[in-house]
Design a protein around this ligand. Structure first.
Ligand code: SDX
Length: 436
């Protein structure tokens, strides 16, 4: 970042001396006011719950222009990456800052392929869970448990350890997600196959059985790979900020990533794809498109607590570019599977059309986000609804790792420790119990 030729002055109407703060500019996007010395100079904090106006770090990884609906991974538009690259190319880009050349690509694919198996004892963890446990509960446990096995890659301050942990996490997440699924349905775990692509291998571990060969459908393989690309990273979202804050204490990469998995689970964040599909099925059960108007009235009634899941975004005040690409993928998959008339897809498109013409949504700049169509395409592929967020976590692991690496590698980094505006009881003394 570079200091600009102008500063910000904070003045107080009560005669308190004003404070001048430097302003920094990035390569693109909003400038920032550097308030790091504010408390030392004024004894005051800024107040920004939810961090609506707070830049927590400087980063070179992902840029979002919410007004334009633009998303860049290391400067490359998501549309071009989805078109010309695969997920592992995208992983290489996010981790290293550049797209791989032919040799780098082959070496990286080979390296990931060689780490797809998990320690054989990890399967015993699953036996401890109830069969009806939510896959995200299982995944949070399994990812954290990796720090109990891979002791040669737990030192977050050691770049070699971080590299090994990154490869292990990227390579093993599909295996762990598939194991969580197989455990739920009572089928045997499928070992990874290194002769398959990253997404082809995942499909086989999910839907293959030991009794027969599994043939990967290339359309589904490509669709899944694109879903992974679209979910790979997204600036300083809630789960990424969780990973950064968690890793800032110096904990190991597996523990920090498991914190990201836990945060992503929430319905306001990565859990929205599951919540969106459940919402569509609920409207469908009520009567489908005919009931959309009634449902929308509930959404617009503040007291209902009902939200149009898969809509709205803290940053995008335009169409989420990932939602457009996801809708295209949806079309391709439904066509391949002969499900063009999928009622939920038609319902989603009618919901979107109505919302984009309704002043409640237009005035609040609420558009479909990445989660609006992702559930429909995953359901068509055969992925169960409660595993959607696990797929999101699988794909987002590389983004979390890249952001963690960037933070730890930043000489300016400190352990994250926000302050507060205290509104509780001031000092008071304990009274004897008979006087309380
Ligand atoms: C992801 O941050 C990221 O980058 C996340 C993510 C990533 O890749 O990491 O993009 C992934 O999490 C996408 C978002 C998935 N969540 C959902 O689809 C859940 C539904 N969306 C909402 O919960 C909401 O839009 C948020 C949480 C996504 C954003 O909320 P904000 O920025 O805090 O905005 P807000 O809640 O203050 O909403 C502003 C207004 C409010 O109305 P008013 O108080 O102004 O009258 O819009 C309304 C909200 O009630 N609103 C919605 C709505 N989203 C916002 N009303 C109905 N349905 C919705 N979905």
């Amino acid at each position: 970042m570079k200091q600009t030729d102008y500063t910000a002055t904070l003045s107080f109407s009560n005669g308190k001396p004003s404070v001048e703060m430097p302003v920094y500019a990035g390569s693109i996007g909003p400038d920032v006011v550097d308030i790091r010395k504010l408390y030392a100079q004024t004894g005051m904090f800024t107040y920004d719950p939810g961090f609506l106006s707070t830049a927590s770090c400087q980063s070179t990884i992902t840029y979002i222009d919410g007004d334009k609906g633009e998303l860049l991974y290391r400067g490359y538009p998501i549309e071009q990456l989805a078109e010309h690259c695969d997920y592992l190319d995208t992983c290489y880009l996010l981790l290293n800052g550049e797209l791989p050349n032919v040799k780098q690509r082959d070496d990286f694919h080979h390296l990931v392929n060689q780490h797809t198996m998990v320690h054989e004892q990890m399967q015993f963890f699953l036996r401890g869970f109830r069969r009806d446990a939510h896959p995200m509960a299982i995944l949070t446990g399994l990812v954290g448990a990796m720090s109990a096995f891979y002791h040669d890659s737990t030192d977050v301050h050691n770049p070699e350890h971080r590299h090994i942990a990154a490869i292990r996490l990227i390579a093993k997440m599909p295996t762990l997600v598939a194991m969580a699924y197989k455990y739920k349905i009572g089928q045997p775990f499928m070992y990874p196959r290194n002769d398959l692509s990253y997404s082809g291998n995942f499909l086989r571990m999910m839907f293959g059985v030991p009794c027969e060969d599994y043939v990967v459908n290339p359309v589904l393989e490509r669709a899944l790979d694109r879903i992974f690309i679209l979910h790979a990273d997204h600036e300083q979202n809630a789960s990424t900020s969780t990973v950064r804050l968690c890793a800032s204490s110096g904990t190991n990469p597996f523990a920090a990533i498991s914190a990201g998995v836990a945060c992503l689970w929430g319905p306001a964040h990565g859990g929205a794809n599951e919540a969106c599909l459940n919402m569509l099925e609920e409207i469908q059960a009520m009567g489908g498109v005919a009931k959309v108007g009634e449902f929308m009235e509930k959404v617009k009634d503040k007291n209902s607590g009902v939200k149009l899941m898969g809509f709205g975004h803290r940053v995008y005040k335009n169409y989420d570019p990932r939602a457009k690409l996801m809708q295209e993928t949806c079309n391709e998959v439904l066509k391949e599977l002969g499900l063009e008339n999928d009622p939920l897809f038609k319902l989603a498109k009618s919901l979107e059309k109505i919302a984009l013409e309704d002043d409640y949504f237009v005035s609040r700049k609420l558009y479909p986000n990445v989660d609006f169509y992702s559930g429909i395409v995953q359901r068509a592929i055969g992925i169960p609804v409660d595993l959607f967020t696990g797929i999101f976590a699988l794909a987002r692991t590389v983004g979390w790792i890249a952001q963690l690496n960037e933070m730890i590698g930043d000489p300016e980094y400190k352990i994250g420790r926000p302050r507060q505006l205290f509104t509780g009881s001031a000092h008071r003394n304990v009274k004897p119990i008979e006087q309380r």
